[in-house]
Each structure stands twice: as C-alpha cells, then as structure tokens.
Design a protein around this ligand. Structure first.
Ligand code: UT7
Length: 329
C-alpha cells in the first residue's frame, strides 16, 4: 500500500457583510487611510455585528460540506483554531458540531493565535496519515472585534473578523501535507496578549476598567520578531525539502502586515505573482487568514502546485507547512 498523506479536498470561507473602512476608523480614532495603507497594506476589514465565532464557522463548514459532497455524519474530527471562542468552555468545535449536525465527530479548539491554522492543519493531518480518520475538518476563525479596543489606534486598525475551513482526506498519490515546521517561544507573551479573562486575571471591575480584556500589542517588537522568524522558517522548510524558488508555486502567508509578507517572499526568492495577498480586504483575521487566502485563490490553484503556508503570531508561535495541492477547481 502507498503511503497515506492528508490532502486538502476543499476550502470554504466566510466573511461578515459589514465593512469597516480606513475612512470609518479615522472617525473613531486619530488615524488616517494614508498611515494605515502605507504601514500595513490594509484598506478595509469585515466586522461581525451579531453572533459568535461558531456562527462564522457554521457558514464556512456548511459551504465546505456542500462543496465536497460530504454528509455531516461522515466527518470524524473537527479542529477549530481560534483565540475568540464562543465561551472559555465548551469548545467552539463542540458547538459547531452541534449546529451543523456533525454528530459522529469529536473535536477541540486549538489556541496558537495567528499560527492557529498551521498548528491545526499539521495536527489534523496526523489523524489522516495514520489511517485512523477519513474526514477531518480544520477551521481557522476569529471574531477579533470582540477583543479589540476601538479606542486603541495601534491595534484597532489592524484586525478584522472572518473564518475559513478545509477538508482533509487521505491521498495515496502523494498530494497533501508534505512537511511542517512548528515553533513556539512563550517569552513572547509579554508583547502580544489579552491580559485578563483567564485564570491569572479573572474578570473583575478593575480588569474591565483597565481595559485588560482587549488585545495589547507592542507593535514594533512583534514586527521585529515576525519579520525575521516568518522569513527564516519559510526558507528553512524549502531547504529541508530541497525546494528552490522555482519549485514553489505559491506562498500563502499570514496576513498581518504587507511589509512582513514582502520580506518573507524576498527571503524565499519569490516574485509578487506567487504570493497570496488579501490583507487589503480583510485585515488580520488571526486564525482565519490562511484558509481565507486559499479560498480567495482556489480557482488559480492547480493539482500538483507546491504551496508554502507560513505564519507568525502571539505566544510567540510560528511555523510553515509545505503542501502539494490536490485538485483543480
Ligand atoms: O498577527 C500577529 C502578529 N502581529 C504582527 O505581526 C504585527 C506586527 N507589527 C506591525 O505590523 C506594526 O508594528 C504596526 C502596523 C502595528 C505598527 O507599525 P509601525 O511602523 O511599527 O509603527 P509604530 O508602532 O512604530 O508607530 C509609528 C508612529 C507612532 O508615532 P510616533 O511615536 O512616531 O509619533 C505611533 O504613535 O505611528 C503612530 N501610530 C499611528 N498613527 C496613525 C500608531 N498607530 C497609528 C495609527 N494611525 N493607527
């Protein structure tokens, strides 16, 4: 029997309808379109007015099941990468399975911030590669607007809401996840975090008054680590798999800042045409960025294309996945 790999057999995204433009933000905080565009590449982002992360997951997953002709009862496992679960518990995966009728599946939420999707994709792939499961759904979702301080101009201009989901299935022709490198450094927690609401600082009048339930980021520090580590790990996975620039068809980078994306592409020797970019439309949707890129570019992907997915985020967490695309749309 040939070796089993875990192939993506479908991708579906969901974005809330409401658009928050740079112009809109300039009426809320002291900022302007020129600053946001030149520093980040973002023009607008989507905001979910009603509902929770699980509701965005439901939209993406229902679309995915339809597209891949999958009955909800046939799904074995559901992994939801998110830092904005509906509740601290039960897991958003639990809620998602209930809302979509995936009643034979079990699942869990995975917290790795902006690297959530590559962490979840890599772990989900293990269950397929061992032969244990036939259908694994991996979701990246974040309702960042639920933890963003719209009085803090250094963070509120960056983030948006969105979800993306992929189906992983066994493949014996060599398509799918080929390799991954995942890294973490907990010392980074001081630079990017949601300080309160967990067991260290449970919710209190003080934590609310001090606005500690919102994302705090030391942008410059995070930028420094992100730009170096995302580029390095992307180059490392190419080297490890003997890939030259010409062998890579697509870079699928986390959409945090266009300058970080450009630096990563440059380090890999890739021209702009090979880089998936949608940051201008959605901003940074945290765990949602990578599946939303795959969804936006799905029609341009060809069976056999070599993709490098790469991300850096809070924790710090970072890494890269080397994937062979498994189908033509
Ligand atoms: O996705 C998870 C990982 N996160 C990241 O990868 C984010 C990494 N960091 C970044 O992308 C960038 O650091 C930011 C986009 C967050 C900020 O860009 P920057 O070029 O590093 O700006 P800065 O923080 O050094 O601020 C430069 C100036 C400051 O003013 P002074 O001190 O020079 O007078 C800020 O107060 O820009 C000011 N500023 C703003 N001005 C207008 C900060 N935010 C804004 C704003 N509008 N929204």
């Amino acid at each position: 029997m040939n070796k089993i790999s875990a192939a993506i057999t479908g991708v579906q995204g969901y974005l809330p309808e409401h658009i928050l433009s740079n112009e809109d933000l300039s009426k809320i905080v002291d900022t302007n379109d020129e600053w946001i565009t030149s520093r980040t590449g973002i023009k607008e982002r989507r905001i979910m007015k009603d509902g929770a992360s699980s509701d965005m997951c439901v939209e993406a997953v229902n679309g995915l099941l339809k597209k891949t002709n999958t009955s909800p009862e046939d799904v074995d496992l559901v992994i939801v990468a998110t830092v904005t679960p509906d509740h601290p518990f039960p897991s958003t995966s639990n809620i998602l399975c209930d809302k979509t009728g995936m009643k034979n599946a079990w699942g869990y939420d995975l917290i790795a911030a902006c690297s959530g999707f590559i962490y979840a994709l890599s772990t989900g792939a293990q269950f397929v590669e061992t032969g244990r499961y036939k259908k694994v759904v991996v979701v990246g979702v974040d309702k960042m607007s639920s933890i963003i301080d719209y009085q803090d101009r250094t963070t509120c201009v960056i983030f948006g809401d969105g979800a993306g989901a992929v189906m992983l299935e066994p493949n014996e022709e060599g398509y799918g996840v080929q390799d991954f490198i995942l890294k973490a450094d907990g010392k980074g927690r001081e630079y990017l975090l949601q300080p309160a609401g967990g067991s260290l600082h449970p919710a209190s009048i003080e934590t609310v008054e001090n606005r500690e339930h919102f994302v705090k980021q030391e942008g410059k520090q995070v930028f420094k680590f992100a730009v170096t580590n995302m580029a390095e790990v992307s180059a490392e996975i190419m080297e490890k798999n003997n890939l030259e620039s010409d062998d890579v068809d697509w870079l699928v980078p986390h959409q945090a800042n266009l300058r970080i994306i450009d630096a990563t592409a440059k380090r890999m020797g890739l021209p702009k045409e090979k880089v998936m970019i949608n940051i201008q439309k959605y901003g940074n949707t945290t765990a949602g960025t990578l599946p939303l890129c795959l969804w936006d570019y799905e029609k341009q992907l060809k069976k056999g294309d070599n993709l490098i997915l790469s991300a850096f985020g809070g924790g710090f967490t970072w890494g890269a996945v080397y994937l062979k695309w498994a189908y033509n749309s």
